[in-house]
Design a protein around this ligand. Structure first.
Ligand code: 2YJ
Length: 269
């Protein structure tokens, strides 16, 4: 994931209900339903845990420092899902100490390389890349009204792409993968469930369902896509050109933070 900027998440909190409505329009399901599907927990469990869990978000100053409104944006996503949450007054280690003192069960925190939620009581964490992968596969599966037996093209075999591939396999999809770096595809060479594509142009034209897990920008133009393409594109920047996005926007799920954070929460319960 490329480092977010304040402008990527500007207004995220005040726009979250609109974001959710948009998700319903595109996928037929709201954020809560999608993240329960992504994490394999029931809606009842998700609701029940919201009564028991307090969630902290700790601003982290290391590396390139704070991103304006990052912690508050994470908090607004968690609260939209019905959970009580707070941003700690202190940052970094003092913030973690504060979170534990204030009885947080879950602690969200991100530096320049990792973004995790730590489950204090149970001693495990969920990484944003893993959660983002599952959340976006869930969105794609709902847009497609099921992916069992369907061809799905995954672009990029980094952490998000790999997470997406394992969930797509669980869902019974026929997975195709492309990565500009051939060596990243080596892990799938002996995997009979994953087909390696060597031409991006051919693959894009051939497959309707696409999960773009690359950090690349503007490499998918209007005429490159299948005419009925359905795209789940985690992360910023978007791989589609502005033109390609405008033409297909009702069949594209793309956001800077929302679905990944929401899925982290569900997976951390
Ligand atoms: O607390 C803050 O305000 C900052 N330390 C947030 C930093 C957010 N980190 C990023 O945007 C990184 N690119 C996260 C990488 C996650 C990889 N899945």
């Amino acid at each position: 994931m490329t480092r977010l900027t304040t402008s990527d998440i500007h207004n995220l909190g005040s726009e979250i209900a609109n974001y959710n409505s948009d998700l319903i329009k595109k996928t037929g399901s709201d954020m809560r339903t999608l993240v329960c599907f992504a994490s394999g927990i029931s809606a009842e469990r998700f609701a029940e845990a919201s009564r028991d869990y307090a969630v902290a978000v700790v601003p982290i100053t290391s590396g390139q420092g704070l991103i304006g409104s990052f912690a508050e944006s994470v908090q607004s996503i968690i609260e939209f899902l019905g959970y009580t949450s707070f941003v700690t007054e202190h940052t970094d280690v003092a913030g973690i100490a504060e979170a534990v003192e204030r009885k947080a069960h879950l602690i969200f925190m991100a530096d320049d390389d990792r973004f995790i939620v730590f489950n204090v009581g149970q001693g495990f964490y969920v990484d944003n890349a893993q959660a983002t992968a599952r959340g976006y596969v869930a969105a794609l599966a709902h847009m497609a009204r099921g992916l069992s037996g369907e061809d799905v093209l995954v672009l990029g075999a980094g952490p998000v792409g790999q997470g997406a591939i394992s969930f797509l396999k669980e869902l019974g999809a026929q997975v195709k993968v492309f990565d500009i770096k051939q060596e990243k595809l080596a892990r799938y060479q002996n995997d009979s469930q994953v087909f390696t594509e060597l031409s991006l142009a051919e693959a894009l034209r051939k497959y309707k369902y696409i999960l773009d897990a690359t950090p690349a920008t503007d490499f998918i133009g209007l005429n490159d896509l299948h005419p009925e393409a359905v795209v789940a594109a985690p992360g910023i920047p978007l791989g589609l050109t502005a033109e390609a996005f405008a033409r297909n926007k009702d069949r594209i799920v793309h956001d800077p933070l929302q679905l990944g954070v929401a899925t982290m929460l569900a997976m951390a319960l």
